[in-house]
Ligand binder design. Sequence first.
Ligand code: DON
Length: 304
Amino acid sequence: MINYQDVLNGIYQEVMAMKDRGVPASYIPELANVDINNFALHLKMNSGETYGVGQSTTTFSVQSITKVLALALAASIDNNDILERLDVEPSGHPFNQLALLEVENGIPRNPFINSGAIVISDIIVSAFKNPKQEFLNYVRDITGDNSIDYDLKVAKSEKETGYRNYAAAHLLKSFGNLKNEVNDVLDFYFVQCSLSMTCEQISNAFYMFANRGKCISNVTRLTEQKVKRINAIMLTCGFYDEAGEFAFEVGLPGKSGVGGGIVALLPEHFVISVWSPGLNSRGNSKLGMYALEQFTTKTQLSIF
Ligand code: DON
């Protein structure tokens, strides 16, 4: 029997002693102010037990982790639109790179790079009168937690400096792959990314991907086929130009965000969420990657 609390405690002690903690994202000015010494790890087993260390009940900016939840919402609205307007191949490039989008005629490589997530935002903006409220309701609903909210200071901070996202959205529009106005889509996208959650809440939100589409209240929110496909995209595209490294070192489908969060899961077994705001050179949490590698090494639990 594995003592999961002991495993988490051991990882916590090790990472808290580490001096090189990476660098917080600064291209969104509000994220640069976060204390680099924060660290949280939260594990939710399908069997019901939960374990946590560090600040696992402190909120932080979820950023690109929301792209998985937005994809799940969009997939439950109109799956055909997604399949026609996006590809599902790893890009091998940073999340905000634009060159491939130009070469590939406005079809983003996958829904987790920024251009792909902006197409998903467009689908959500088309579907709802109040997309921000609908997305928030969706996240609150799958987690059973009405305290989850946006951090509008972070959204404003990104809007003021989101030049590359404006470039991506304009490029998409020029190729006819954006149905709404650039400003309307990005207004939603920046707010979506500003969602503020704890590691515990993230584990709860992603539970449906480890549980064949049933969320923590046992209601089915996604078909098994869509869960299988979204998990596959997390494995191949969840870490941008570091997706191969994450599969190699950790061996789980997962998703990172520039707020320093990472969520990963083993279908039928568990969801694990980590937060450490310092990023590595590829924009993924430096100690978060290390902690998850240690977790799957010590427990020998991975998809491989
Ligand atoms: O669009 C952006 O650049 C941010 N709102 C999200 C980027 C992000 O989290 C990439 N993930 N590592």
